[in-house]
Ligand binder design. Structure first.
Ligand SMILES: *Cc1c(COP(=O)(O)O)cnc(C)c1O
Length: 436
């Protein structure tokens, strides 16, 4: 089996060993697989292979990404894989919430239950493994760099540290959570905090990596999409090789929705699933260029100046993967929805009440679910999977301030205030009587 980079606008192709991020006209590239070769196994043979690997303790098989290696990077030697056992994250059955909002079933794919606490691990294992392979074969790469709203840098830093490859991260000063900032510091990256936003960091990192001795790890790098697309494989496998009617995902730079769609394309091409699901992308009103473009039927795209949002990882005004995401929405009968700060905060914490622990971005997706259900655009007989992109523990301030009612401009509907009482059993009993 074989894979190579292909232009998304022409027939131009490049080997995966080349350090290249865009085509001749600046267009995005994609990793293109020889899908005909996939027919060397029948759908049933693929299913059996993947089921067997689920029982194996081989390093590659333990990874949700590399257990599908033929469909990810078929020619990468297994010995070059840099893995932190990414993938195989829980598919949380939110039956109580499904009942509350009146849909057939609701599951939440907890992509943040992973090494660095976000789905970015899925793409980063592929990118860093490929770089590791190139470096081992003598490529003149000194370091790997990225601009980040927090989670990409955490993932890059951990995978590079595992492989012993230097890394450099460009962060917008003061705009990411403490946990996100500490991760690359701890893993030994060179950490640059710049007085600009994500889009500003992106411009600078592209300039710095232009000579190719520093490798660029941002999501325009289509290697990351190959890891992230396995979210679709995993959901299908966990549901008995079926996808839900509807998948909801928060979107910033729009790499993840592009990856989700590519994963579904693969499953359909392999004959592993038959029915096309629908994809819904959710954005924050404060960073909504994709929503605005959707409203104009994708006739035109205009970048926006992203305003501050609690969903800081999607505070992006000029999404790199816009053309791929438009295709994803068109192919999968998609909808784009926007939600306010109040809505995303309440949605995240409403869903926490059934045992989840949601980050603000997952709140964006959940809030879109609630709104579309209320408007009847999601029907009562639908099965839905929400993609949760990060672990709530990375956003402790968002969560503790919500419950303390100290988030600026937010009146928390689901706050659960602490009872502060003297150490007196009678006073405690009095207080508890109010609940009994
Ligand atoms: C990166 C990220 C997103 C957005 O993904 P894109 O591929 O940029 O659309 C959403 N949520 C979290 C937690 C992220 O880290």
């Amino acid at each position: 089996m074989h894979a190579e980079f292909k232009s998304t606008e022409s027939e131009d192709r490049y080997p995966l060993s080349q350090v290249i991020y865009r085509g001749k006209n600046g267009e995005l590239l994609e990793v293109s697989h020889d899908r005909k070769a996939w027919n060397s196994r029948t759908p049933q043979e693929w299913k059996t292979l993947f089921a067997e690997r689920r029982l194996s303790f081989n390093v590659a098989d333990l990874s949700g990404v590399w257990s599908k290696r033929e469909l990810v990077l078929p020619e990468l030697p297994e010995s070059d894989i840099v893995s932190l056992q990414e993938g195989w994250t829980p598919l949380f059955n939110a039956e109580r919430l499904a009942k509350e909002i009146g849909i057939k079933n609701l599951r939440v794919k907890l992509c943040g239950n992973s090494h660095t606490g976000s789905f970015k691990d899925l793409g980063m294992t592929v990118l860093v493994s490929q770089v590791n392979h190139l470096v081992k074969n003598g490529a003149p790469i000194k370091a790997v760099a990225c601009a980040s709203t927090g989670d990409t840098s955490a993932a890059l830093s951990a995978y590079c540290a595992k492989a012993g490859i230097p890394s450099i991260v460009f962060l917008p000063a003061g705009r990411i959570s403490v946990a996100q900032l500490v991760q690359p510091i701890a893993n030994g990256s060179i950490v640059l905090a710049l007085d600009t936003d994500f889009d500003g960091c992106m411009k600078i990192v592209q300039d710095v990596t232009a000579d190719k001795s520093i490798y660029l790890a941002n999501s325009m790098n289509s290697l990351r999409i190959e890891g992230q697309k396995t979210i679709a494989y995993e959901i299908a496998q966990e549901l008995g090789w079926k996808l839900p009617d509807t998948l909801i995902i928060p979107g910033g730079n729009l790499g993840n929705v592009s990856a989700l769609a590519k994963g579904i394309d693969d499953l359909l091409a392999l004959g592993l699933v038959e029915k096309k699901p629908r994809i819904i992308v959710a954005q924050s009103e404060n960073a909504n260029p994709f929503y605005l473009a959707y409203k104009s039927n994708f006739d035109k795209f205009e970048a926006v100046q992203a305003k501050k949002t609690l969903a800081s990882a999607i505070q992006i005004g000029n999404p790199v993967s816009y053309p791929k995401a438009v295709q994803a929405i068109k192919n999968y009968n998609g909808i784009v929805e926007e939600v306010s700060e109040q809505e995303l905060s309440d949605a995240a914490h409403r869903a926490d009440k059934i045992g989840l622990y949601n980050c603000p971005h997952t709140g964006v997706a959940l809030s879109a679910l609630f709104k579309l259900r209320e408007r009847g655009e999601i029907a009562s007989d639908e099965s839905v999977v929400v993609i949760s992109t990060a672990h709530g523990l990375k956003f402790s301030e968002f969560k503790s301030k919500y419950h303390e009612n100290s988030l600026e401009g937010i009146s928390p509907k689901y706050a659960n205030a602490i009872l502060r009482l003297p150490a007196d059993a009678n006073k405690v009993k009095d207080a508890l009587r109010r609940y009994a």
